[in-house]
Ligand binder design. Structure first.
Ligand code: ZN
Length: 441
C-alpha cells in the first residue's frame, strides 16, 4: 500500500499529496493521501473532507476502496466535469488504513471474528476516542492509543466539514449519536440483555435531519445497501440502509460522535460489506457498488451555509464560536475566519460569538441548488459593555468543547461539566446520572 501511494503521488503531483499523520504502535505510517486541484494547500473558502478506513484492521474493504477512489479521482479529473468540479472545489483527505498493524494479522476470507480488529496493544480504536456522554469511560477509551491520538491531532489541525468512517461486517450507513446516556448499563452480558430495550433507543443529534440526509445520500446511491436487506438470518435489516448508531447498538468512545461533538465535523459510519475481509476477487464488485456513493457523499460538503467572520476592518476572526439556533452543537471559524455548516433547505438563525466582540445573530436562508454564502462582520465590545458575555459551553455550544477546549491536547483532562444549563444535553446527562445512581447505587 505504501508503495502504491508513493507511486501515485509522484505520478500525479498536481492532484495528490501524501503525508503521514503519525505511526501505529508497531511503527507503520498512517498515510493520508490528499486528492484535490490544490493538494498541498488549503483553498480558502473551500471545504476539506475526509474518509478514514480500516480502523478495525480486519475490515479490509474500505481500505481497498480508498485506493480505488484515489485512482478513480485522478483518472477522471480531465475527462469527467463533475469530478473536476469536485476536486477544484474540495480537498479530499483519504486515510486508507488507521490500523495497519491489525490489518497485518488479519486474514483474507475471514468474514467474522475479531482477529486483526484491534491495534497491536489490543485496543478497539473505535472505542478509544473521548466521549461526550461518558467522560473517561471504560478501559478502552481511558488511554489514548497512538493511532487515535494521531487522528485527534489531525482533526484538530484541519477543520473537516464532512467525514466518513469506513467499516465492514454489515451493510448500512449509521449516523450519530453512537452513544446514549443509557449505554453504561450495558457493560456486562446479562445486563445487556436485561436492558436491551434501552440499548436500542435512538440517540438523536440536533442535526438529525442533516445526518439522515447524509446517510441516505450514501445508502440510496448504493444498489445493495439501499434495499435494507439483512446480511444474514438473525442480523438486523435497516430501512433504506440507514440507522441511528445507538439505535443499532450503543458504544462509548466512537469516532463519529467525537468528530461531531468536538469539532462540528459531520461524520457518518459506513458499513460496506457483510463479510469483513472478503476474497480479493470480490473487490471489483465492491468498488462498483460504492463508487457513486463515495463521491456523492463527499460532495454534500457543498450543501448549506459557508462564509467568513471578519472584524470591522475586514480581518478574519479566528476561533469565533458559531451555532445554528436550536442546534446545540457548535463549530468554529478557521484562522482565515472561514466556517461551513451543512444544512437542508430552510430558514435559520446563525449565532456568532467571539472574545472581545459583540455577539451577533444573523438570519439566513438555505436553498437546494447551491450553498449560501454568508459573511458576518463583528463589532468590538467596549470594555464595560454589559452586552458582552464570554461564551461558556452551556449557553453556546451545548455539548461541544469551549474554544480553549479545542486547543488542549488531551480533551479528557478537561473537567468542567458540559452543558450546565438548559438544553437537551444537560437534561440527558442529568437524567443519565440519576438513572445510573439508582441502578448501581
Ligand atoms: Zn468496524
Amino acid at each position: 500500500m505504501t508503495k502504491y501511494l508513493r507511486t501515485t503521488s509522484s505520478r500525479y503531483p498536481n492532484l495528490t499529496a501524501l503525508y503521514s499523520i503519525g505511526k501505529s504502535v508497531q511503527g507503520r505510517d498512517l498515510w493520508v493521501m490528499v486528492v484535490s486541484a490544490s493538494p498541498y494547500e488549503h483553498m480558502i473558502g473551500k471545504p476539506d473532507v475526509k474518509y478514514v478506513a480500516n480502523m478495525h484492521g480486519n475490515e479490509a474493504v474500505g481500505r481497498e476502496l480508498m485506493l480505488h477512489l484515489i485512482q478513480y479521482l485522478v483518472n477522471s479529473y480531465s475527462t469527467d466535469p463533475y469530478i473536476k468540479w469536485l476536486l477544484d472545489n474540495t480537498r479530499i483527505h483519504l486515510l486508507p488504513s488507521m490500523n495497519p498493524d491489525g490489518f497485518e494479522v488479519s486474514r483474507e476470507g475471514q468474514c467474522d471474528g475479531g482477529q486483526g480488529r484491534y491495534n497491536a496493544r489490543g485496543f478497539d480504536l473505535n472505542r478509544n476516542f473521548p466521549d461526550y456522554f461518558k467522560q473517561a469511560g471504560d478501559r478502552n477509551n481511558k488511554r489514548g492509543q497512538p493511532e487515535t491520538d494521531a487522528v485527534k491531532e489531525w482533526t484538530s489541525k484541519i477543520q473537516f466539514v464532512l467525514s466518513g468512517g469506513l467499516h465492514g461486517g454489515a451493510l448500512v450507513a449509521s449516523y450519530p449519536f453512537d452513544n446514549t446516556p443509557n449505554s453504561r448499563m450495558c457493560r456486562s452480558t446479562p445486563l445487556c440483555s436485561v436492558f436491551q430495550n434501552y440499548a436500542s433507543t435512538p440517540s438523536l443529534t440536533p442535526d438529525d435531519d442533516v445526518f439522515k440526509h447524509l446517510a441516505l445520500t450514501y445508502s440510496t446511491n448504493h444498489p445493495v445497501m439501499s434495499r435494507g436487506v439483512a446480511c444474514k438470518a438473525g442480523t438486523p435489516a435497516f430501512n433504506r440502509g440507514i440507522t441511528n448508531g445507538a439505535e443499532w447498538y450503543p458504544l462509548t468512545g466512537g469516532m463519529q460522535d467525537f468528530n461531531y461533538v468536538w469539532y462540528g465535523c459531520m461524520e457518518v459510519t459506513l458499513e460496506l460489506s457483510c463479510c469483513k475481509f472478503p476474497p480479493a476477487s470480490e473487490l471489483p464488485k465492491f468498488w462498483e457498488e460504492n463508487r457513486v456513493s463515495l463521491v456523492k457523499f463527499l460532495a454534500e460538503a457543498h450543501r448549506g451555509v459557508h462564509g467568513f467572520v471578519m472584524d470591522e476592518n475586514g480581518n478574519p476572526v479566528e476561533k469565533a464560536a458559531l451555532k445554528v439556533k436550536g442546534r446545540d452543537v457548535g463549530f468554529q471559524t478557521t484562522k482565515y475566519g472561514e466556517f461551513w455548516r451543512i444544512l437542508l433547505p430552510g430558514v435559520y438563525k446563525l449565532e456568532v460569538y467571539a472574545e472581545g466582540y459583540l455577539p451577533r445573530e444573523v438570519d439566513l436562508m438555505v436553498v437546494e441548488q447551491h450553498p449560501t454564502l454568508l459573511n458576518v462582520t463583528l463589532h468590538p465590545a467596549k470594555r464595560n459593555d454589559n452586552l458582552y458575555r464570554h461564551p461558556t459551553v452551556g449557553d453556546r455550544l451545548g455539548p461541544g468543547p469551549s474554544p480553549s477546549y479545542h486547543n488542549q491536547h488531551s480533551p479528557q483532562s478537561h473537567t468542567s461539566k458540559p452543558a450546565s444549563d438548559g438544553g437537551i444535553f444537560s437534561s440527558i446527562t442529568s437524567g443519565f446520572n440519576n438513572f445510573v445512581s439508582n441502578i448501581f447505587g
